[in-house]
Design a binder for this molecule. Sequence first.
Ligand SMILES: Cc1cc2nc3c(=O)[nH]c(=O)nc-3n(C[C@H](O)[C@H](O)[C@H](O)COP(=O)(O)OP(=O)(O)OC[C@H]3O[C@@H](n4cnc5c(N)ncnc54)[C@H](O)[C@@H]3O)c2cc1C
Length: 323
Amino acid sequence: MGRAALFPVGGAVENLMPRPDYATLFAPLGLEVRLNEPLQRYTAARLGGAADALVVVTSALDLDAAARVCWSEGLPMRILGGGANVLISDQGYRGAILINDAKTVTLEDEGRVIAESGAGLISLTRRCIERGLGGLEWAINVPGTVGGAVVNNAGAHGGDTAGLLWWAEISEPNQPPQHWTADQMGYRYRESALKHRSTPFAVLRAAFHLNPGCDPNTLNAHAEEFSAHRKRTQPPGASLGSMFKNPPGDYAGRLIEAAGLKGTRIGGVVISPLHANFFVNTGGGTASDYYQLIRLAQRTVEAQFGIRLELEVELIGAWDETP
Ligand SMILES: Cc1cc2nc3c(=O)[nH]c(=O)nc-3n(C[C@H](O)[C@H](O)[C@H](O)COP(=O)(O)OP(=O)(O)OC[C@H]3O[C@@H](n4cnc5c(N)ncnc54)[C@H](O)[C@@H]3O)c2cc1C
């Protein structure tokens, strides 16, 4: 029996299970382990319970090695980049969370950009603009990391990761890392072949093809237009960006607003009065508050318009039911 079988998702039984000796497991890699580490500061919504163990990796090599330790031991594990697209349960996560801080980036004048997966997408965009490499301006305000963007096919203002990816280096158990092309990624709107993959993987690096020789001022002006648009239309503060995917031919925000839910509050979380697809943690909000608002929005929109809103954000940890 694999060790993973000792860690069922949810339920009281897992709390009684002996915890692995994480410090010993990661010691050969020289990686520090924090036990029972609260995850609020690692997520954009600033909430969520504690992880059994949290390990910060600062290179793609360490990310690969740490992931392989978890896989070979059968330990539940999640990689977090910016935590900008995950809602972590108030009960936290029974397993190891790897915080990806591997940030080395190489920019080439010919337009090739190779980034470790923990590189911040916004800072990468700024660097590309300064260097006159065009094509990534849409990402000027998209929080999170290159790894999260590769998994989610992050995109905005008509651009997306799929349109720029050359290859992503993917690590999986029992084989050396492989380069996957954009075709192999099976990209669709905010979806990839990786996103719901049942077998474990880690994105180690990604390479993009950008347009070389652009005027940085022009690129910057373009990016600033996107920023200004975002400031006008999206709320500031702790949130997860869009909660739901836009259904075909419509907008999740428009439907939630039309259902009369703009401004609805549960606990510390409010459906933004500015943009109804943004749920903002106004302080002291919990994952349970978010969850109840998610269910309310789904039920109300479905009852009024017959459309089932599909979550764009991902739920991590134990939940009583999955929306
Ligand atoms: C204010 C705000 C605005 C936003 N606007 C946009 C927008 O315009 N467009 C858009 O597309 N998104 C938007 N988002 C959502 C978010 O920015 C993207 O989904 C982003 O790509 C998430 O990256 P991350 O590093 O934070 O991923 P995380 O939230 O940390 O992780 C997301 C998923 O990817 C997995 N993952 C992350 N890194 C790796 C890795 N290296 N290897 C394997 N798995 C990995 C995680 O395990 C998880 O399953 C917004 C979010 C916020 C908070």
